[in-house]
Design a protein around this ligand. Structure first.
Ligand SMILES: *[C@@H]1O[C@H](CO)[C@@H](O)[C@H](O)[C@H]1NC(C)=O
Ligand SMILES: *[C@@H]1O[C@H](CO)[C@@H](O)[C@H](O)[C@H]1NC(C)=O
Ligand SMILES: *[C@@H]1O[C@H](CO)[C@@H](O)[C@H](O)[C@H]1NC(C)=O
Ligand SMILES: *[C@@H]1O[C@H](CO)[C@@H](O)[C@H](O)[C@H]1NC(C)=O
Ligand SMILES: *[C@@H]1O[C@H](CO)[C@@H](O)[C@H](O)[C@H]1NC(C)=O
Ligand SMILES: *[C@@H]1O[C@H](CO)[C@@H](O)[C@H](O)[C@H]1NC(C)=O
Ligand SMILES: *[C@@H]1O[C@H](CO)[C@@H](O)[C@H](O)[C@H]1NC(C)=O
Ligand SMILES: *[C@@H]1O[C@H](CO)[C@@H](O)[C@H](O)[C@H]1NC(C)=O
Ligand SMILES: *[C@@H]1O[C@H](CO)[C@@H](O)[C@H](O)[C@H]1NC(C)=O
Ligand SMILES: *[C@@H]1O[C@H](CO)[C@@H](O)[C@H](O)[C@H]1NC(C)=O
Ligand SMILES: [Cu+2]
Length: 561
C-alpha cells in the first residue's frame, strides 16, 4: 500500500461495511468544509480549493430512499455553491445548487445545509461546485446503492471503484478564467488530465502520482467513471480489457461491450470489467475527443490496473484509444446506448409532445474595446447570450419579484438560416439582454427540445445538461434537423435516459421529458468555457394543481445575496 503506487483494493470492503448498517431509508449526514489546501499532486504544488482537504473530494454514499443533509461551510476566499449533478430534487430546487439560479452563493465564513431526498434513482452521479470554474478541483462522486434487497440488473461485481476523470491547470483556475475574460478569448488550455486527481507516469514530474487498482484473476469489477473535466470530452480505455457498459447517468442501459467509452463533461458511465487477461500491469487511459478545429489539451492521463502478485517494476502498455478526431467512433458509440427498458426499469418516453422547442447553439463575437482583438467571444442559445442575475432566479420566481427576469425566451431562433452550412462569419454578434430571459413550461406537459449546433464561427460538440430532470435522447443527426423527416427516425422505445447529452459537432440532438418537477431549472452547456460565455438559460416549470405538486418552501438557512 505504500511506495510509488497507491493501491486502493481495500476501499470497497470498507464501503460495504458502512452500507451494511443501512436496512431501510436513512438520514445520512455529511460535513463539507471548503478549504484552500496545498494538496497538489502535480509538478507545481500550489494550494487549491478543496472539500475537507481532499482532491477529488469525498464520495457521498447513499441508498435509494435516503434523506441526505450536507452542511457546506465555506472557509475559502471565494463564493461557493455545490450542485448534486443528476439528482432530480423533486419540488426542491433549493438544494440544486447553481449559483444565482437556485441560490445565492455561500459566502466566506457562511454555511448552508443541502437537504434532499434521493427518490427513484440509483447509480453513479457526482457533485461539483457550480460557480465560476471552481468545479475544477471541487468535485466528488455520488454513489446511490439500490434499495436493500434489490440487486443490479447485471451480474453482481466482486468489487467496485470510482474513477473521476479531471482536468488540471498548473495555475489558480480563477486566475485562468479571469485572464480569458480580460482578453475576450479562450484562456489557455489545461496542463494535464487526471484520473482520481493524478495524471499518471506519462507526466515527467509525476512518477509518484499514479492511481492504481489491484485486481484478482477471474473477478469482475464495476468501474464508476465520471467526467469531471471542465472542457474536454474524453475517451477512456483499458489495455487488453473489454468494457461492458451497464449504466449511464444513473440509469441502467442494455449492456454492450466496447474497447473504449466516450464520456462528456457531466456524464457518468458504469462499466463492468472482468480480470480475464494474463496477469500483468495494464494502463487505463483517458484522452480528449475533439473533431472541430479548436485547440485542446491533448495529453493522456493514465492509471494502472495491476493483477495481484505482479511487481510494480513491470512497465504497463497503453491501450489503443480512438484518435482525437474520431467522429465515427463517437457517433457509433452513442448509437449503441439504449435504456434497459425492463418491466422493473421501464423507459417512460413521452409519445405525445405538448411543447416543441428548437434551440440553436452558437458561438459569436461582440464588440469589446478593452479586449485583445477588440471583440469578446460569446456563446448563445437562439442568439441570446445569458447574463447571470444578482439574486437567485428561484427566489425571484417563488416570491414573484419583478425586474429580475423575463419569461420570453423564444421557442425558435429569431431568423432561420443554414445552421451547419459554410462557416458563418457575418452576423456574429449576439443579443445580450439586460434581464435573463427564461422559458415558462406548463406543469406536467411533455416537452421536446431539439438542440441544433451551428457553424457560427465554428461547429463544435456541446454536452448539454438539464437540471431537475432526466430526459430521453430520442434522436440525433449530422447537419440541420429536418422537422418533416427526422422525427420518423426517433427511437421512442428504448432511447438512452440521461441528464447530460453531447450535441454532435455540426449536428442536432432531440430530447424529451415530462415537466413534472416544478421549479426553476438551469439548462446549459457543460463546457465551463461556453457556460461562462452565456450558453445557458432556465425553464420555469409551473406549480401543479395542489401544494403537493408545488415548490417546497425555502429552507431557513438559504444563503442571502
Ligand atoms: C505546497 O507544498 C509543496 C510541497 O510540499 C511546497 O514545495 C510548496 O512550497 C507549497 N506551496 C505553498 C504555497 O504552500
Ligand atoms: C454547519 O457547520 C458549521 C461549521 O462546523 C457549524 O458552525 C454549523 O452550525 C453547522 N450547521 C448545522 C445546521 O449543523
Ligand atoms: C424528504 O422526505 C421526508 C420523509 O418523507 C419528508 O418529510 C421531507 O419533507 C422530504 N424532504 C424534501 C426536501 O423533499
Ligand atoms: C498535441 O498537441 C500539441 C500542441 O498543440 C501538438 O504539438 C502535438 O502534436 C499533439 N499531439 C497529438 C498526439 O495529437
Ligand atoms: C484526424 O487527425 C489526423 C492526424 O492529426 C489527420 O491525419 C486526419 O486527417 C484527421 N481526420 C479527420 C477526419 O479530420
Ligand atoms: C484574434 O486576433 C489574432 C491576431 O491578432 C487572430 O490570429 C485570431 O484569430 C483572433 N481571434 C479571434 C477569435 O478573432
Ligand atoms: C447548407 O449548407 C451546406 C454546406 O455549405 C450545403 O451543402 C447545403 O446545400 C445548404 N443547404 C441549404 C438548404 O441551403
Ligand atoms: C443575433 O443578434 C444580433 C444582435 O441583434 C444580430 O446582429 C445578428 O444578426 C443575430 N444573428 C443571428 C444568427 O440571428
Ligand atoms: C401527469 O400526466 C400523466 C400522464 O397524463 C398522468 O398520469 C399524471 O397523473 C399527471 N400528474 C399529475 C400530478 O397531474
Ligand atoms: C459573493 O456573493 C455576494 C452575493 O451575491 C456578492 O455580493 C459578492 O460580490 C460576491 N463576492 C465575490 C468575490 O464574487
Ligand atoms: Cu458548449
Amino acid at each position: 500500500m505504500t511506495g510509488e503506487i497507491n493501491i486502493f483494493r481495500l476501499f470497497f470492503l470498507s464501503v460495504m461495511g458502512y452500507l451494511s448498517i443501512s436496512a431501510t431509508a436513512e438520514l445520512k449526514k455529511y460535513q463539507f468544509d471548503i478549504q484552500v489546501k496545498n494538496v497538489s499532486r502535480l509538478c507545481h504544488a500550489k494550494p487549491i480549493v478543496t472539500v475537507n482537504g481532499m482532491f477529488p473530494g469525498p464520495t457521498v454514499y447513499v441508498r435509494e430512499g435516503d434523506r441526505v443533509l450536507i452542511n457546506v461551510t465555506n472557509y475559502a476566499q471565494y463564493n461557493m455553491s455545490i450542485h448534486w449533478h443528476g439528482l432530480k430534487q423533486y419540488r426542491n430546487g433549493w438544494a440544486d445548487g447553481p449559483a444565482y439560479v437556485t441560490q445565492c452563493p455561500i459566502q466566506t465564513g457562511q454555511s448552508y445545509t443541502y437537504d434532499f431526498n434521493v427518490t427513484g434513482q440509483r447509480g453513479t452521479l457526482w457533485w461539483h461546485a457550480h460557480i465560476s470554474w471552481l468545479r475544477a478541483t471541487v468535485h466528488g462522486a455520488i454513489v446511490i446503492m439500490p434499495k436493500q434487497g434489490t440487486s443490479y440488473p447485471f451480474p453482481q461485481p466482486d468489487f467496485e471503484f470510482n474513477l473521476l476523470l479531471g482536468e488540471w491547470w498548473n495555475d489558480d483556475v480563477e486566475e485562468v478564467v479571469k485572464q480569458g475574460n480580460k482578453l475576450g478569448l479562450p484562456p489557455k488550455t489545461s496542463d494535464a488530465h487526471t484520473i482520481n486527481g493524478k495524471p499518471g507516469p506519462l507526466f515527467l514530474c509525476s512518477e509518484k502520482h499514479t492511481y492504481a487498482i489491484e485486481v484478482e484473476q477471474g473477478k469482475t469489477y464495476l468501474l464508476r467513471i465520471i467526467n469531471a473535466a471542465l472542457n474536454d470530452e474524453l475517451f477512456f480505455a483499458i489495455n487488453g480489457h473489454k468494457l461492458t457498459v451497464v449504466e449511464v447517468d444513473a440509469v441502467y442501459t442494455k449492456p454492450f461491450s466496447t474497447n473504449a467509452i466516450l464520456i462528456a463533461p457531466g456524464q457518468t458511465t458504469n462499466v463492468l470489467v472482468r480480470a480475464d487477461q494474463v496477469p500483468d500491469r495494464y494502463f487505463m487511459a483517458a484522452r480528449p475527443f475533439m473533431d472541430a478545429p479548436i485547440s485542446v489539451d491533448n495529453k493522456t492521463a493514465t492509471a494502472i490496473l495491476q493483477y495481484k502478485g505482479i511487481p510494480n517494476t513491470i512497465v504497463p502498455k497503453l491501450p489503443q484509444l480512438p484518435s482525437l478526431n474520431d467522429t465515427n467512433f463517437a457517433l457509433n458509440y452513442n448509437s449503441k446506448l439504449r435504456s434497459l427498458n425492463s418491466p422493473q426499469f421501464p423507459a417512460k418516453v413521452p409519445l405525445k409532445v405538448d411543447r416543441h422547442l428548437f434551440y440553436t447553439i452558437g458561438l459569436g463575437a461582440n464588440p469589446c474595446p478593452t479586449c485583445q482583438n477588440g471583440t469578446r467571444l460569446t456563446a448563445s442559445l437562439n442568439n441570446i447570450t445569458f447574463l447571470m442575475p444578482q439574486i437567485g432566479l428561484l427566489q425571484a420566481h417563488y416570491y414573484n419579484l419583478k425586474g429580475v427576469f423575463t419569461m420570453d425566451f423564444p421557442d425558435h431562433p429569431p431568423t432561420p438560416f443554414n445552421y451547419t452550412g459554410a462557416p458563418l462569419t457575418a452576423n456574429l454578434g449576439t443579443t445580450v439582454s439586460n434581464l435573463p430571459r427564461l422559458s415558462k413550461i406548463a406543469f406536467n406537459s411533455t416537452v421536446e427540445l431539439v438542440l441544433q449546433d451551428t457553424n457560427l464561427l465554428s461547429v463544435e460538440s456541446h454536452p448539454f445538461h438539464l437540471h431537475g430532470y432526466n430526459f430521453f435522447v430520442v434522436g440525433s443527426g449530422i447537419g440541420n434537423f429536418d422537422p418533416n423527416k427526422d422525427p420518423a427516425k426517433y427511437n421512442l422505445v428504448d432511447p438512452p435516459e440521461r441528464n447530460t447529452v453531447g450535441v454532435p459537432t455540426g449536428g442536432w440532438t432531440a430530447i424529451r421529458f415530462r415537466a413534472d418537477n416544478p421549479g426553476v431549472w438551469f439548462i446549459h452547456c457543460h463546457l465551463e468555457l461556453h457556460t461562462g460565455w452565456g450558453l445557458k438559460t432556465a425553464f420555469v416549470v409551473e406549480n401543479g394543481p395542489s401544494p403537493d405538486y408545488s415548490i417546497l418552501p425555502p429552507p431557513k438557512d438559504l444563503p442571502p445575496c
